[in-house]
Design a protein around this ligand. Structure first.
Ligand SMILES: Nc1ncnc2c1ncn2[C@@H]1O[C@H](COP(=O)(O)OP(=O)(O)OP(=O)(O)O)[C@@H](O)[C@H]1O
Length: 268
């Protein structure tokens, strides 16, 4: 494993053995997940490019959560292949191994350590050698402190660094949790309804944050809020899932104009 060492700023990503030379970070091919014969995913095919921000939409029950469960190793597919880069077969790894390989997942509800400060939450989330004892209050290297500082800036919580996380607003807690994931230096981030319950200002700020992360990380954002998807997708690809497969894929304007999409989803 190589590591540039000198670059302590945010965006420093340790080189992993994930082969992305073809420009693709995630390949799902013919993924089926059957629950007692019911196909939550039905021959799903989906690729995500390196550095891409991909929005996934689809009506309730379309299979969005199941797809993230397959990617993160929570649910093994009944059939099909799932690769991280060209070479990492996700179906052969445990949830923990997948997280270590560089896939971070944010669930809807924030799960920060409420009694710890914002800074401590980021410190606890940092990649460290857990064998050296309790990580909190262990002396941080300058590089580690810089990494926390850069993340605080990115998630706009520099001024809240020493507040207990329990006192943050809902939106700030969500950003902190994204920051905690970033401390793990993930290559691919999966975000489940990141703006649910946020104020309009928080939603707008989250859109900016995700666009800042784009390029440095690959992002898969599952979201019901169409205005939000329209605002963050730009000219990027949006994937519409329906009944466990991809119904349509293209720019937001293209999928919104797609008659099949209108019928199953947007027109309801
Ligand atoms: N463990 C399970 N056992 C049986 N059926 C399941 C299980 N998990 C999911 N399903 C079914 O699979 C289908 C897809 O569910 P999934 O949660 O992936 O959809 P979703 O697109 O995330 O929906 P939502 O937008 O409502 O969160 C649903 O019909 C759901 O009831």
């Amino acid at each position: 494993m190589t590591d540039s060492g000198s670059d302590a700023s945010y965006g420093h990503v340790a080189t992993r053995d994930v082969d992305t030379r073809h420009g693709v970070i995630l390949y799902l091919e013919d993924i089926t997940v059957s629950f007692d014969g019911f196909k939550a995913l039905n021959k799903l095919n989906l690729d995500i490019g390196v550095g891409e921000l991909r929005c996934i939409i689809g009506p309730n029950g379309a299979g969005k959560t199941t797809m993230m469960d397959v990617i993160t190793g929570k649910t093994p597919p009944t059939s099909g292949t799932a690769f991280f880069g060209q070479n990492v077969d996700l179906t052969k790894l445990s949830e923990t191994e997948i997280a270590h390989a560089g896939i971070g997942r944010k669930f809807q509800r924030p799960t920060v350590f409420e009694n710890h400060s914002v800074f401590e939450n980021l410190e606890l989330a940092m990649k460290t050698d857990k064998r050296v004892g309790p990580t909190l209050f262990a002396k941080l290297t300058g590089q580690q402190a810089d990494a926390i500082g850069s993340t605080l800036e990115l998630i706009r919580l520099t001024h809240e660094a020493w507040r207990p996380a329990g006192l943050l607003s809902h939106g700030q807690k969500q950003w902190l949790e994204i920051g905690m994931l970033l401390m793990q230096e993930p290559m691919l981030l999966l975000l489940d309804e990141p703006v649910a319950g946020m104020t309009d200002a928080e939603t707008e700020r989250t859109g900016e944050l995700l666009n800042e992360l784009k390029g440095r990380h690959s992002l898969m954002v599952v979201e019901h809020d169409m205005d939000f998807v329209t605002s963050i997708a730009g000219n990027g690809k949006v994937t519409v899932l329906h009944e466990g497969s991809v119904l349509a894929e293209g720019s937001m304007a293209q999928v919104q104009a797609d008659q099949r999409v209108i019928e199953v989803y947007l027109g309801r």
